[in-house]
Design a binder for this molecule. Structure first.
Ligand code: FPP
Length: 246
């Protein structure tokens, strides 16, 4: 598919959501349904990340944020956590050059320090390699929680107050947005959750204030280009009022 050309008659290319965020849910249920183990579900999910990233780039999406590992996911078995981080490392190494060649920049939301060293190293390397790219940002939420992100922002601002650089009354919404993990993408236009759960799960609490939410019953490994186009068609049919009137 050539970028900039509509891949689906139903999609208005002039109103593509600038920032799409996805809660990639349902890998475990997908695996169960196919008689596989959970790690195979995550593998199928990781494979799909490539397909959906490419589809978003072709559509002209500016930022794609993916919820890959939450601060709550540490509660899973060590075996599952280890296999997830091995998978993430492998994907970083395998796709770094493709990400770079397609002019995509990798960003990160969360705290990399707590990750197994191989995973944080591979993510950092890919971010360094792609740091000057300009077509689209893929923002990987890894060891990420929305409440933790707001605590992080509050601490940074409090430190600036303590240093005497700003006064408490200078704090406004713009300043908080500027202290999020990826300040350039502080508004989400379209939030997609796969596998039918009607929850936010501590994801981008600030950024989704005016996002349009699309929940699909499809498990993440089965969420293909057609599913993405369906979600965008639904988004384009919404009347976004941002609290005002249409
Ligand atoms: C939720 O499914 C999914 C996750 C906790 C992990 C998402 C990770 C990936 C898709 C792989 C990431 C890889 C890269 C390269 C970013 P679940 O396990 O909660 O599924 P279930 O609710 O059906 O059990």
């Amino acid at each position: 598919m050539k970028s900039g050309v509509s891949p689906d008659d139903r999609i208005d290319m002039k109103r593509i959501p600038a920032h799409i965020a996805i809660i990639m849910d349902g890998n475990g249920r997908w695996a169960k349904r196919h008689g596989k183990v959970r790690s195979q579900g995550h593998e199928a999910g990781a494979h799909n990340v490539r397909e959906i990233t490419e589809a978003c780039r072709e559509l002209g999406v500016r930022a794609l944020t993916l919820f890959a590992f939450s601060t709550e996911n540490w509660n899973r078995s060590k075996r599952e956590v280890d296999s997830l981080f091995r998978l993430i490392s492998r994907a970083m190494k395998k796709y770094a050059n493709t990400i770079n060649k397609t002019n995509v920049r990798l960003r990160h939301l969360g705290t990399l320090e707590a990750l197994p060293e191989h995973a944080s190293k591979d993510v950092r390397k890919c971010m360094e390699l792609t740091k000057n790219n300009t077509t689209m940002d893929v923002c990987m939420a890894l060891n990420y929680g929305g409440r933790g992100e707001l605590v992080h922002a509050a601490r940074k601002i409090a430190e600036a107050v303590q240093r005497g650089e700003i006064k408490p009354e200078d704090i406004d919404e713009e300043m908080i947005a500027d202290h999020l993990y990826v300040p350039e993408h502080s508004e989400v236009d379209l939030l997609i959750r796969t596998s039918g759960e009607m929850r936010i799960s501590n994801f981008m609490l600030w950024q989704i204030s005016y996002a349009e939410i699309v929940v699909t019953p499809t498990f993440w490994p089965d969420f293909d280009r057609k599913s993405l186009y369906d979600a965008i068609v639904e988004y384009q049919a919404r009347d976004r009022r941002f609290g005002g009137r249409s």
